[in-house]
Design a protein around this ligand. Structure first.
Ligand code: ATP
Ligand code: MG
Length: 491
């Protein structure tokens, strides 16, 4: 009976809100007050409102966004009037209920009613935030389920909504700025939409190693409770090392695509000092990868800047495109050094350890280097860089992945020759890829594989020449030592 009375008064109240403006103001206030009291007294339903903009009015409420995501599929099934919005660069459209629509949800046998409303403000002030009224979602449920809804259901939709949002959102690639913008505001990170096509499927590396990395990422991603239980911040450090062109940057892109994380590409030479570094970190979001490429070029043991080592000295084979990029990088780096950044090694260690405990979200930090032996032990010890991954020269397994990527072939009579040549030469996946790419629109697999065989033969000759030279040098050194010993013995 109470429920019936409640809904009668409820309907009366709705009718009243529609016509109240035709009554004098003092009567409006009076009736409003008493009708609300009556509805409240008899209505067994509880209502919770979730406004789009929280009190600071500048940020959309996290709960509102999560609810919107959560209700999207239910709206598509149930609502008569829908609103469409495109996500992921216009690749897909997400539908949501329009204002004053209602959808029904069910959770552990409890019926829940959601409606989307707009609270129109009477003031005529100009609003700078996106909607003129205040959009909100209203949740109604029977009071006997108060506990189960407030304790479990709300938590459930928040988590579900966030997960849906993460699946729909566009990944971003952030880079740090050294200067303030033209209005003098300090904008620490600027971003572009991240659309790298790399994936673990297209990454050329030992399949066992690849699986190990994927398993590690999955375990990390699912271990929120585990990290909380052992009292450790939810972060993991990867150190990727290997010669230029072996796929370190490609792997970072593949990880970002696999986990659906944003990337923060941190250019240390553009960071003023340790304080600046901390501020940058605080502004990163959760579910992100913080990358410092070529870490060996940024710091030395004493924490001072050092000159970038010449990569060419140790290179075996570098494709012309990469060589040019390296030269450009070198000149860029020496220009940056003149800015005299004061980030120290201890500042960087604090960056990795200290602040993490304060920030909750899942983060990967990835360093890359061509010279792992040059890095400070403190920087890469386990616990900071939990996983050390070597990316090396192309082997036959790696070649097969590249042949599939670039030529869409799984086998070919030339594969055998290529396999044995790969064993005798050090060639990077970047160089293999370069050769497998058709040079003209008429280019076919046959020509590409021939090109690769020629490149492999050249690399093999080069490797043999180098080996002979090294042996000669060693022999000369040994002879010189022998002569000196004889001299010493004679005197
Ligand atoms: N393991 C790999 N799998 C697939 N493609 C690769 C791999 N390694 C290199 N490539 C190809 O070569 C190009 C260069 O690779 P990448 O930039 O990832 O090398 P890197 O190891 O980061 O080099 P550097 O040390 O110079 O930064 C990529 O665009 C990709 O096309
Ligand atoms: Mg790289």
């Amino acid at each position: 009976m109470f429920a019936q009375l409640g809904s009668t008064f409820g309907s009366l109240f709705i009718v009243w809100t529609m016509f109240q403006r035709f009554f004098p103001l003092h009567l409006q206030t009076y009736v409003d007050k008493y009708l609300k009291r009556l509805v409240k007294f008899f209505d067994p339903y509880i209502q919770i409102k979730f406004y789009e903009y929280s009190s600071d009015r500048f940020r959309r409420s996290e709960a509102y966004i999560a609810i919107e995501n959560y209700l999207s599929s239910k709206s598509t099934e149930q609502a008569k009037r829908l609103k469409g919005d495109s996500v992921k660069q216009g690749q897909s459209i997400v539908l949501n209920m329009d204002n004053e629509e209602e959808v029904l949800d069910e959770f552990r046998g409890v019926k829940l009613f959601w409606s989307k409303m707009e609270a129109l403000t009477r003031s005529q002030t100009i609003s700078y935030y996106p909607t003129s009224g205040k959009m909100y979602y209203k949740l109604s449920f029977h009071s006997r389920y108060r506990e189960s809804v407030t304790k479990s259901y709300l938590k459930y939709i928040l988590e579900e909504g966030k997960a849906i949002g993460a699946r729909n959102r566009q990944k971003k690639l952030y880079t740090n700025n050294s200067n303030d913008d033209r209005y003098g505001h300090s904008r620490r990170w600027s971003h572009v939409v991240f659309e790298h096509p790399a994936s673990f499927d297209t990454l050329a590396m030992d399949p066992k190693k690849k699986k190990e990395i994927i398993d590690d990422l999955v375990t990390f991603h699912q271990s929120k409770e585990y990290y909380a239980r052992i009292g450790k911040a939810w972060k993991r450090g990867y150190l990727l090392y290997g010669p230029p062109g072996t796929g370190k940057s490609t792997m970072i892109a593949a990880i970002a695509n696999f986990l659906n994380y944003d990337i923060y590409d941190l250019e240390l030479t553009a960071v003023k000092d340790n304080t600046d570094l901390r501020k940058l970190l605080i502004e990163t979001s959760s579910k992100s990868i913080i990358v410092i490429e070529d870490i060996d070029c940024s710091l030395d043991l004493t924490g001072q800047r050092k000159t970038k080592p010449k990569k060419e000295e140790n290179k075996v084979e570098v494709c012309p495109i990469k060589k040019k990029a390296d030269e450009e990088n070198e000149s860029k780096s020496s220009k940056d050094e003149s800015k005299n950044s004061k980030v120290t090694l201890s500042g960087l260690l604090n960056f990795i350890d200290g602040i993490w405990s304060a920030s909750g979200g899942e983060r990967l930090i990835i360093f890359t280097t061509n010279y792992v032996e040059k890095l400070d032990e403190a920087l890469i010890r386990r616990g900071r860089m939990d996983k050390h991954i070597e990316l090396s020269y192309c082997d036959f397994e790696g070649f097969k992945v590249l042949a599939k990527n670039y030529l869409n072939i799984d086998s070919h009579p030339s594969f055998e020759t290529i396999g044995s040549l790969l064993e005798e030469s050090n060639i990077t996946p970047a160089d293999v890829a370069e050769n497998l790419m058709p040079k003209t629109t008429m280019g076919d697999s046959e020509t590409c594989l021939d090109n690769l065989i020629q490149a492999l033969k050249a690399a093999k000759e080069e490797a043999m020449k180098k080996k002979a030279e090294d042996e000669e040098k060693l022999k000369l050194k040994a002879d010189k030592g022998l002569q000196e010993e004889e001299k010493l013995g004679g005197s």
